[in-house]
Ligand binder design. Structure first.
Ligand SMILES: NC(=O)C1=CN([C@@H]2O[C@H](COP(=O)(O)OP(=O)(O)OC[C@H]3O[C@@H](n4cnc5c(N)ncnc54)[C@H](OP(=O)(O)O)[C@@H]3O)[C@@H](O)[C@H]2O)C=CC1
Ligand SMILES: CC(=O)N[C@@H](CCC(=O)OP(=O)(O)O)C(=O)O
Length: 346
């Protein structure tokens, strides 16, 4: 069966990546692409690397244009997608790459985003533990899916096994090297090349980053009670990619063997989340273009902490790949359709 697909926000980074991956999908056929200020232009004017879509013109992003497709991917700024989703028919499968349907906690939404609170949807990180199962279970047959924040999914995947196995204290510290494409096609300082090249620029320091409530929500699902999350991203000069170093204190008596067993068990059989052998550390280059999260984990005995390092491509496993993986599950298609575990290196 072929499903018709509309991609909204197709002129942006996330929408472009959804399109790049969907070009290799045998059952999802993109028939409509939309934008805002760039509506009316040919898609390839904005996305010259997407040659297979040369026939498509960007339309206005309205509920009327999007309705009538079997599947809609939204890659719009926060707030814009919530306004559209309220108007789309119930039977359309909608995957929102924005944050509008991620949070279950209305107070957290008000504090970190503001504006109208939208109902939470099935969260698109299938491999994350949730209760006795995984979030994958909630995606089966889902009509509405919230794709994750890229940083939030990386940090959550890296440390969740410690909570599921009851090995770590609720005191998580995450420091991330992130590429500027995570901010979208942003023409402001500090995303300009002249500000970014040859520099590493921290931002969102001191508890203000909006991915903190998303991580807390994920870790609670994985078994934490009231986790405290210190989260510090640092912009570095690589177009895409996230390398997150996540630490947490070990509970008394926990051994390195228990840690390794817990992390390997958490992701056993998962194609897209892989735990590396002891002493092997992930690199962003190994996951660029791939839907893969690579995790290295060890115990720092002197510090009494677990150290987990994860590499993801923010635009693939962090957004568009997660969105397509989740859509595949929702539609009953093989989960990895149109997705690869192989990166692009060097
Ligand atoms: N970049 C990333 O790594 C990640 C992004 N996301 C999320 O995906 C979404 C898109 O991000 P990204 O692609 O990076 O952003 P971009 O700025 O690159 O793209 C934004 C897109 O939305 C369109 N747009 C802008 N304003 C409006 C509006 N008011 N109504 C309708 N469409 C509008 C733009 O159209 P036009 O070009 O015509 O202005 C463009 O197509 C965001 O919610 C983001 O948080 C999530 C995870 C990671
Ligand atoms: C470099 C950079 O700015 N990255 C973004 C990641 C955004 C993201 O993951 O998307 P959502 O906004 O949909 O959550 C940030 O840290 O906010």
């Amino acid at each position: 069966m072929t499903y018709t697909v509309a991609v909204a926000g197709a002129s942006g980074y996330a929408g472009g990546e959804v399109l790049r991956l969907l070009a290799g999908h045998p059952e999802l056929e993109v028939t409509t692409v939309t934008a805002s200020s760039n509506a009316g232009k040919k898609l390839v004017e904005l996305q010259p690397h997407l040659r297979s879509y040369a026939h498509l013109t960007l339309q206005e992003t309205t509920a009327e244009v999007l309705a009538g497709h079997d599947v809609v991917f939204l890659a719009l700024p926060h707030g814009a997608s919530g306004a559209i989703t309220a108007q789309l028919p119930d039977d359309v499968v909608v995957i929102d790459c924005g944050a509008d349907h991620r949070l279950t906690d209305e107070a957290a939404w008000a504090k970190f985003y503001g504006g109208e609170f939208n109902e939470p949807w099935a969260y698109g990180v299938p491999e994350l533990a949730a209760g006795d199962g995984k979030l994958r279970d909630r995606l089966v047959g889902a009509k509405k899916i919230a794709a994750p924040g890229c940083n939030a999914s990386a940090v959550s995947l890296a440390i969740a096994p410690g909570f599921t196995a009851g090995l770590v204290e609720e005191d998580v510290v995450a420091v991330l090297a992130v590429g500027p494409s995570g901010a979208g096609k942003n023409l402001k300082v500090p995303y300009l090349a002249s500000e970014l090249l040859g520099s590493a620029n921290p931002y969102g320091v001191g508890g203000g980053h909006r991915h903190i409530p998303e991580i807390v929500q994920n870790l609670k699902l994985a078994g934490a009670t009231e986790p405290r999350v210190s989260f510090t991203p640092v912009l570095v000069p690589m177009a895409r990619g996230i390398l997150a170093t996540v630490t947490a204190p070990l509970k008394p008596g926990v051994t390195a063997a228990q840690v390794r067993e817990a992390w390997e068990a958490a992701y056993a059989g998962e194609a897209f989340v892989q735990v590396l052998p002891e002493g092997v550390w992930p690199r962003t280059a190994d996951v660029l273009g791939a839907n893969t999260a690579l995790i290295g984990v060890t115990v720092d005995e002197a510090a009494g902490k677990v150290v987990a390092i994860i590499a993801v491509d923010n635009l693939v496993k962090g957004t568009a790949g997660a969105a397509i993986q989740s859509a595949n599950i929702a539609l009953g298609l093989p989960e990895g359709t149109a997705l690869t575990t192989n990166g692009v290196a060097p």
